[in-house]
Design a protein around this ligand. Sequence first.
Ligand SMILES: [Zn+2]
Ligand SMILES: [Zn+2]
Length: 148
Amino acid sequence: MNEDEIEGRLREFEVICRRRGLPLTVQRRDILKAVLERDDHPSADQIHDAVKERIPGLSRTTVYRVLDTLVEMGVIRRLHHPGAIARFDGKIHRHHHLICRSCQHVIDIETKSFDTLKLAPSQRHGFEIEDFTVHFVGLCAECRRKMS
Ligand SMILES: [Zn+2]
Ligand SMILES: [Zn+2]
């Protein structure tokens, strides 16, 4: 995400906080910024490493809690795919992922034809679908190189 986009998203966040009567703490702002600054879908521990310099004494537990709050507020997303630790995504518009089963690398893909996928009522098993992401699992270029 470029600087302007990040600035815009942080301003949006201020508005959401104000609307909800939530204090805009430095912790929340810096942790959100750290997620927005990277496109590698970081784990909570990676975010902790990135911000602990800026916020001395910041505990891992606090980072986990703030990330949960940010997900709940809808300003970041948690990746849902099996077999991996929780990863976070600053991109909240619909997009899809390539996931490496070996190194857990996650690459964003924007494929418009997936955005409108629909399940017939008979396939939904009573589910009310709220959201979806298509993910392809396999081996990334780097891992394939190492294995050959
Ligand atoms: Zn890989
Ligand atoms: Zn993503």
